[in-house]
Design a protein around this ligand. Structure first.
Ligand code: RB5
Length: 143
């Protein structure tokens, strides 16, 4: 599975950990879209860059990170075809896949500890969309 990942300065360390974690596993190709240091950047530019890779089908899933996850969440969900889910635990990660078919996972580096963040990533990548009534509901969003 091809996954793009991006974040702002508030989350570059978490991004590095997530990339390392996923590169140790089989079956994932991770494409890092930056930023890779603590120099202040504006998160909407990174949200746009990553969302375009999903919309253009250059990657199947995306992971966006910022300090709280809020800015990335607001920005990502402005793009047609993007279903971004800000997750704080394994349950919301699971539901975001099973019920919402989230194609972008969003995490807050200042609100979520490393172990929880990695557990969320694993659950989110493993879970499948259930379709059925959930697809009907998604169709009502994607007008
Ligand atoms: C940057 O300081 C911070 O505002 C950003 O990472 C994010 O939390 C915005 O929602």
């Amino acid at each position: 599975m091809k996954i793009t990942i991006a974040g702002d300065h508030g989350a570059f360390e978490l991004k590095k950990e997530i990339i390392k974690h996923l590169e140790e596993k089989e079956g994932y190709k991770i494409i890092n879209l930056g930023v890779d240091n603590g120099e202040s950047v504006d998160y909407p530019a990174y949200a746009q860059k990553l969302c375009n890779t999903i919309i253009e089908k250059e990657a199947e899933r995306g992971i966006l990170l910022c300090g709280t996850g809020l800015g990335m969440s607001i920005a990502a969900n402005r793009f047609k075809g993007i279903r971004g889910a800000l997750c704080h635990d394994e349950y919301t990660a699971r539901m975001s896949r099973q019920h919402n078919d989230a194609n972008v996972l969003i995490l807050g580096a200042r609100t979520t500890g490393l172990a929880t963040a990695l557990a969320i990533v694993d659950v989110w990548l493993a879970e499948e969309f259930e379709g059925g009534r959930h697809q009907r509901r998604l169709d009502k969003i994607e007008l």
